[in-house]
Design a binder for this molecule. Structure first.
Ligand code: NAD
Ligand code: FES
Length: 279
């Protein structure tokens, strides 16, 4: 059993939960995910690790309560328990294996969208802890949906917050901000996590400029074990499993349209089950 240390609402339907899971925290690296099961009747929920503290033995997850299980998860309180919390799973981000001196000379831009900003956090933190300054573009619908702003502000990064309606920061989509930067500055690499449609357009944009781009396909996963096949994606025409071969891939090789189609496969069933908690 895994104890819930805290459960904090960050925005409407978005919660940050800190879970006591020392073994996961000890081995966690940026880019990896966990699978949790709430109770003995629960389904497997894959979630990207949003932060970890090896000393305290805790792992942070950021949950968007959209379906039956995620709504049930965020309704749990501090000091309650989760049945299973397995991880870290999946491959760590590629940059973890790169030469630090090479990384120091690279201009890396992170592009996060909405809840997808959360898994960007441990990546930017990894660079920050090594005194490497990165640029971070985060996009939200409006100021009420902004998450983790104070946490990012504490890191060694140039933070650019965008809102679709201009209620905070830059007015426009993350791709508008990225376009500005690409037109005016030298950028070596882009790492993007967020809605599939956002990552598709980030990738389309950087392809024009021939800039290496990595995208995380975490949200397409179901059981996260390599067994169900639900996370199959085409990468450069080859079939890959997100949970085993990813979750991060070369964005220019991803067939985003196919991945978006696959994401909708179970939406009717999910809606039906989600109503069970809405009453
Ligand atoms: P959202 O719909 O509010 O979008 C966030 C931002 O993405 C927008 O503010 C905008 O700047 C940008 N964006 C959206 N559509 C775009 C488009 N067509 N072109 C360019 N930019 C666009 O995000 P949300 O409601 O918080 O949803 C978050 C999504 O992130 C969910 O779909 C979730 O599945 C996904 N997510 C992905 C991962 C991952 O690993 N890929 C992890 C967590 C969450
Ligand atoms: Fe089921 Fe990858 S999520 S095989």
């Amino acid at each position: 059993m895994y104890k819930i240390i805290s459960n904090k609402k960050l925005a409407e339907n978005i919660h940050e939960m800190i879970i006591e899971a020392p073994r996961v925290a000890h081995s966690a690296k940026p880019g990896q995910f966990i699978i949790l099961i709430i109770d003995k009747k629960g389904e497997r929920i894959p979630l990207t690790i949003a932060d970890y503290d090896k000393e305290k033995g805790t792992v942070n997850i950021v949950v968007q309560a959209i379906g039956y299980s995620t709504k049930k998860l965020v309704s749990l309180k501090e000091n309650e328990y989760i049945k299973d919390f397995a991880g870290p799973l999946g491959n760590e981000s590629e940059f973890v294996h790169e030469d630090i001196e090479i990384l120091k000379n690279k201009r890396i831009v992170f592009v996060g969208g909405g809840v997808g900003s959360a898994p960007i956090y441990p990546q930017v933190k990894w660079f920050s802890e090594r005194n490497i300054k990165t640029d971070v573009i985060l996009g939200f619908k409006n100021k009420d949906f902004i998450i983790l702003k104070e946490e990012f502000e504490k890191l060694n990064c140039n933070l650019h917050i965008c809102t679709d309606d201009g209620s905070y920061g830059f007015k426009g989509l993350v791709t508008n901000k990225l376009q500005d930067m690409l037109d005016n500055e030298e950028i070596d690499e882009v790492i993007t996590i967020g809605p599939m449609i956002m990552m598709k357009f980030v990738s389309k944009l950087t392809k024009k400029y021939n800039i290496k781009t990595i995208a995380s396909l975490n949200t397409i996963m179901l059981d996260g074990t390599g067994m169900c096949g639900g996370c199959r994606v085409s990468i450069g025409g080859k079939v890959k499993f997100t949970c085993v071969d990813g979750p991060e891939f070369d964005a220019h090789l991803i067939n985003f349209d196919e991945a978006m189609n696959r994401q909708t496969t179970f939406s009717d069933i999910e809606k039906k089950h989600s109503c069970r908690l809405d009453g």
